[in-house]
Design a protein around this ligand. Structure first.
Ligand code: HEC
Length: 137
């Protein structure tokens, strides 16, 4: 390869990486929620099966997803939704810490705390249309 070709390849790669990072930061909210739903279900399954290591991994993933959730609501400045997302993230961190300490009972308790934040936020900010859900900012 001559230098020009190498340069072009580098530019294309940089544009691609930038575009991917941009797409991830601004992905649609229902995709974040689909991941939250799947990860939360997996966490429940792993806690019920006493699989502490797998549960701890789910908890870490939930922390990241709730950080993404919080960023979404921060852009609307919707204070209660921001705090539901924060509380859910803190509870996910508590699940992770308990699971890493192999304390499944404490992890289950913090799991219920996460669940309250899901319900509170859905009650205030999610509207069922019959065909799907709408966001009420
Ligand atoms: C800070 C607010 C907030 C929190 C916290 C929250 N949600 Fe949501 N969720 C929403 C809103 C708003 C919608 C409707 C938007 C949509 O579906 O596009 C939604 C939609 C969903 C959907 C439907 C996604 C789809 O369109 O198919 C699922 C599943 C879901 N949430 C699961 C959860 C679970 C499980 C938790 C807790 C572990 C949770 N959510 C926590 C606000 C929240």
């Amino acid at each position: 390869m001559n230098r020009q070709v190498v340069f072009i390849v580098i530019v294309i790669a940089a544009v691609f990486v930038g575009a991917t990072a941009f797409a991830q930061q601004h992905r649609p909210y229902n995709q974040i929620m689909k991941d939250v739903g799947a990860t939360f279900a997996s966490l429940k399954k792993n806690l019920d099966a006493n699989s502490a290591t797998a549960a701890a991994q789910d908890a870490v993933k939930l922390e990241e997803l709730f950080t993404e959730t919080e960023a979404f609501w921060a852009s609307f400045d919707t204070k209660d939704a921001i705090s539901f997302a924060k509380r859910a993230r803190d509870a996910a961190a508590a699940v992770g810490a308990a699971a890493r300490g192999n304390d499944i009972k404490a992890a289950q308790e913090s799991y219920s705390v996460i669940q309250k934040s899901c319900a509170n936020c859905h009650f205030s900010h999610r509207e069922e249309t019959g065909k799907g859900f709408l966001i009420k900012p």
